[in-house]
Write a protein that binds this ligand. Structure first.
Ligand code: MN
Length: 289
């Protein structure tokens, strides 16, 4: 008699790794959870954690710089980041808010963390664009905290739904070109979280606070868990509880040519992008102002 094991569909942790210290922008010391082409993480390209107690780590900020061929989702857990871009947008992203940006054919923007009484805590996720959308018109949106649904699936667990669907709640980041799920999950001590993610999606977790077991491996603060194939994500928090980002996405499966802020499919497309930067023709859209 065939017995289907209850755990056969559980996504196991393939790897647990600490985010690595990196220097970016005009001298920002941040931690990079991942930032290279990895088929296990496709469609995701990079996850940077710019959290810090020390303003000296981030005050140099990320002055005007270009992007093409990808999208970013920036989540400010606490603190403030000033932003302005070549579309004419400018403003401040505050605690609990999300900024979603499609670089598409080209955008130039500045992202400047601001020193406040709060500890700066936040992450930026890069999501790749498929070939047919690499040169789309750039877009930008700020999402306020009150527009992010909060779900309590069981006692001691609180889920903020930033993108995708959780327990019927739909996240406000709806227009990322590839289908993604992006959750901020907070768990009290010794609790269990379960969530089904479509089997074809790649998935990872990134721990912001505390520690937890993810499909058989324990991960703590500022550690990345690459999750394997399966459907159900099972997490059991430790004695201090845990808070983590859980992200999943439909893989694109195309060649990636990536240099700095530009992510294309071919070396030729990269060369063209950098030539256009030199010649001042990189940004294809007129500013709104
Ligand atoms: Mn940027």
């Amino acid at each position: 008699m065939l017995m289907k094991s209850q755990s056969s569909n559980v996504r196991k942790a393939l790897a647990v790794s600490p985010a690595q210290p990196t220097m970016e922008g005009a001298g920002v010391r941040l931690k990079r959870a991942f930032g290279a082409v990895d088929p296990r993480l496709d469609p995701f390209l990079m996850l940077d954690d710019f959290s810090s107690r020390d303003p000296a780590d981030y005050e140099a900020g990320f002055p005007e710089h270009p992007h093409r061929g990808m999208e970013t989702v920036t989540y400010i857990i606490s603190g403030q980041v000033d932003h302005r871009d070549s579309l004419g947008n400018s403003g401040t992203i505050r605690s609990g808010e999300v900024q979603w940006m499609t670089a598409g054919s080209g955008i130039i923007h500045a992202e400047m963390p601001r020193e406040t009484w709060e500890r700066l805590c936040g992450v930026q996720l890069w999501v790749n664009l498929p070939r047919e959308s690499k040169m789309m018109t750039p877009r930008y949106r700020d999402i306020r905290e009150e527009d992010i649904p909060v779900v309590e699936p069981s006692p001691g667990i609180r889920v903020k739904v930033i993108a995708g669907t959780f327990d019927g709640a739909v996240g406000p980041v709806k227009d990322v070109v590839v289908k993604i799920l992006y959750l901020d999950v907070a768990m009290g001590p010794n609790t269990e979280f379960r969530h089904d993610i479509p089997g074809q999606f790649n998935a990872f977790a990134y721990v912001v606070q505390g520690d937890a077991d993810f499909g058989g491996s324990t991960a703590g603060r500022q550690q990345l868990v690459v999750l394997g194939k399966g459907e159900e994500v099972q997490v059991r928090s430790g004695e201090k509880g845990a808070r983590f980002i859980l992200a999943a996405g439909q893989p694109i499966g195309e060649p990636v040519a990536w240099r700095g802020p530009v992510v294309m499919n071919t070396e030729g497309e990269l060369k063209e992008a950098f030539r256009e930067m030199r010649e001042g023709t990189f940004v294809k859209t007129d500013p709104l102002r």
